[in-house]
Design a protein. Structure first.
Length: 238
């Protein structure tokens, strides 16, 4: 007999899991909170005493990705991950810009090499080209340099039709972080995050403000120096 929430082995006849405390009749679907506003990215009106950091970014919808597009995006994503690895390897070193420039040129070449491609994509990594890179230092000891868009979680997985520059996986043995916990992106040089209806929620602690629990589906600006809590794990933004 196993717990359907955390997968722990349970003795026969157990009513509750000794690991996560869930009822043995609970299922992941029964624990999932409903999405009150699917796809809604409008701003939230907050009391004037606090700047919530919610941003409203136009979303034009996700287009279906064809085979040729998928191959092009896969090639670009691969070299963009190399750019992130190069930035991590040369953190604080003037060689970082040169290393990232090399792999971004490779990204353009990969886009051209895809069947049916006619020109390099100027949208592949606009944040990286403009210098908007962010270092995420996780409580698990992992560090990732990111730009563009991405997902963070124990095993992040895009929905059909979605495409991201990064899929950042956290080695969370507590299982408190959801498989796809949050989404991030860049807005006018700042990082934003959006909770993807995670099981345990997301809290932002900015340097000049108190703790703010993120409403699922909303995008919140996260200035450098902020701490983002994902259940029992967290990361700082630099």
């Amino acid at each position: 007999m196993t717990c359907r929430i955390c997968g722990a082995d349970l003795p026969e006849g157990a009513m509750f899991c000794g690991e996560c405390g869930s009822s043995t009749s609970a299922t992941p679907e029964s624990r999932r909170r409903p999405d009150p506003r699917p796809g809604d990215t409008t701003a939230i009106e907050r009391p004037a005493r606090r700047n919530s950091g919610v941003v409203s970014i136009p979303v034009h919808g996700f287009r279906a990705v064809g085979d040729d597009d998928a191959r092009a995006e896969a090639g670009v994503a691969r070299v963009l991950d190399e750019a992130a690895a190069s930035a991590s390897a040369y953190a604080g070193d003037e060689r970082a810009d040169a290393a990232i420039a090399r792999v971004l040129d490779a990204a353009a070449s990969s886009a051209l090499a895809a069947p049916g491609a006619t020109a390099p994509s100027t949208d592949a990594a606009p944040s990286a080209r403009s210098g908007s890179r962010f270092v995420l230092a996780f409580s698990t000891g992992e560090t990732r340099t990111v730009f563009g868009t991405g997902l963070i979680g124990r095993r992040p997985l895009p929905q059909p039709g979605e495409a991201f520059d990064h899929l950042v996986q956290i080695a969370d043995r507590t299982l408190s972080v959801s498989k796809t916990h949050l989404e991030f992106g860049e807005h006018e040089g700042e990082l934003w995050i959006a909770d993807r209806f995670s099981g345990n929620g997301t809290i932002v602690r900015r340097p000049d403000d108190g703790a703010l629990r993120c409403e699922p589906g909303r995008r919140y600006l996260v200035p450098r120096g902020s701490l983002v809590e994902l259940a029992e794990q967290s990361f700082t933004v630099a």
